[in-house]
Design a protein around this ligand. Structure first.
Ligand code: SF4
Length: 192
């Protein structure tokens, strides 16, 4: 099956998904968007209010921050692939629950297998811990200690993947002074 067909079938399956309780409160599933041939994948946590309405990841205020951060390293969202760990909005933007993360992880895993990115930028702690676990690394890390760092899984299968720990862009929507730190961390993406 060609990659485009595999992507389409995965998205169709995800859009019909009822595998966790978030199915009952969502407006729509937010599968992901961007380039299906990009070497860079950005993984956020879960859709928020605007994403749930529009069906696209990072289209609210955090999305505007993300666009600004990408522009500082001469990228725009058409050049990367963006998705979330959890594809449906948790009510009131609460944190995803462990059973929701487990239920939704297979979609992200298949997206990674299809895209085969060389760089995975994890936006927020849920994303970082999920991705580290996928690649056999310890998820027991504190984002405030490892932000801006690059993790490189060992083993033949993973030798081209680099995992970058980043704060979620939403941080800058309620703490504008965090923007400088976010820009510094995003510069790591440009370096690698
Ligand atoms: S969050 Fe994921 S597992 Fe839960 S219903 Fe949505 S797509 Fe399915």
């Amino acid at each position: 099956m060609v990659a485009a067909v595999k992507w389409q079938k995965l998205e169709e399956r995800c859009l019909r998904c009822n595998d966790c309780g978030l199915a009952s409160s969502r407006t729509q599933v937010v599968f992901g968007s961007g380039s299906l041939v990009s070497r860079i994948m950005l993984v956020g946590e879960a859709p928020g209010f605007n994403e749930d309405r529009k069906g696209k990841p990072f289209c609210g205020r955090a999305g505007a921050v993300l666009d600004e951060l990408l522009s500082t390293i001469n990228l725009d969202r058409r050049q990367v692939y963006i998705t979330n760990v959890v594809k449906c909005r948790p009510p009131g933007n609460r944190d995803p629950m462990p059973e929701e993360l487990v239920a939704c992880s297979p979609y992200l895993q298949e997206q990674i297998e299809l895209l085969q990115p060389e760089v995975i930028a994890c936006l927020g702690r849920f994303s970082l811990r999920t991705i580290l676990r996928f690649f056999g690394l310890s998820p027991e890390v504190s984002l405030s200690q490892v932000h801006g760092q690059v993790f490189t899984p060992e083993g033949d299968l993973f030798q081209t993947v680099q995992i970058v720990a980043l704060f979620h862009p939403a941080v800058a929507t309620y703490r504008p002074e965090a923007m400088d730190g976010l820009k510094k961390d995003f510069a790591v993406l440009a370096k690698i």
